[in-house]
Design a binder for this molecule. Sequence first.
Ligand code: XIL
Length: 464
Amino acid sequence: MKNQHTFMGIALSACVFGMCAASTFAADETLRSLAEKNNIYIGAILNSQWFSGQLPSNYEQIHKTQFNIVVAENEMKFDATEPSEGRFNYGNGDKMVKYAQQNGMRVRGHALAWHSQVPGWVNNYRNDKQKLLKVLKNHIQNVVGHWKGKVAEWDVVNEAISNNEPMWRSQSVWYQGIGPDFIDSAFVWTHAVDPDAELCYNDYNLEQGISPKAKAGFLLEQVKRWVKNGIPIHCVGSQTHVEDTTTDKHFIGSPDSLRALAKELAKLNIKLKITELDIGFKSGINVSKKDLERQGKTFREYLDIVLEEPNADTYLIWGVSDKWSWLGGLNRQKGLIYDDNLKPKPAFDSILVRLQTFEPPQDTTKQDTTKTDTTKTDTTKQDTSIAIPQFSSMKALSMRISGRTLFISGANTAKVEVFDMQGRPVFNGKCETGALELKGISEGVYMVRIREHSTSLVQKIAIK
Ligand code: XIL
């Protein structure tokens, strides 16, 4: 077993009723192997300290074992790749590309046109539109050309929208010098150099709703225009740097809002990628076990979008361990899935088990980005038994809970697994009579998976 918890042991020892069945969890399952099974990319940045060899060896071991997509924290940004005019520096980026190739990982390029981390020499041309156009075009041609065929996707434009109002960000050398056309041009130039690369617009606060006043609402209007005008854009990256709901009093972002954006983008045949996820707590507060479990639940809810929405394919976390996270600068802490000692946190468990238990609807594939699923229903309104229809692979199987008795129909012998909302197995048994007493499980909400042969159903239940 590599760098993860021994779920096998937990699952088997948690068998409290019925005939125990062998756990379905293979001992060597990782986030990566499960993501691959689910046809999605799961990743984390390589922190800047990795490039200068400052990290313990288990950091890299974890990184390549658990993830199948990688992005550089700072090393492909403008100031890193063209620190002085016309002199390009690809050393660190090449190091990461080699690492990715050796370990079979996809590479994201981040970022070409951004207002931040732009070297001083570019700012000298702030008032010279023609020169700035040349600077941006030359940068794109060189950088994208250098990694052509090696970087699978680029954040062509990063954070071009203002935070407060639905308008472009004015404090940007590109916007001030060129105007909003710099965006259209950047996409066209990038596509011309590497027609096979996926090209994204990337930004933060996109999980805050799609009303015309919200950032994502403004973005949607632009995406519609780009698509209509034939601008080569293929994806929207949602950074998703969010704060735990209980520590941010003004919390307005939610997985549901981001899902709504994914659905709107699907109509335009544009993908949604989660590109920089972290879920921090306010700096200075004590973070309890319960807080970490709630954080895990939020990580899972964002993962659900990537698993369930046909046009979402990437779940990328902005860091591996809390020890080397940029979040301190945002007055946040503990926003990642490994702790300071590189030990997996409850959020890791949530993600792992969610990947283990997810069963895609049989008629939906990740490749088909145009397909919209109209079968989903509102799962929040039912009381004790909350069906999640998208997990059902066959209609015949059904379950309901009454008190502590789970009633199963449509199966002769069903294998029953119960997970807590952290995704940890708490029960594992067989039901041969159509009814099974879920003894030994405390009150709360759980996820139940029942299986017979290749038919299975996953459903949320509440034990009262
Ligand atoms: C951050 C890095 O993590 C820091 O090391 C650096 O000092 C500043 O940039 N949005 C982005 C990322 O697109 O590039 C930022 O990365 C985090 C916010």
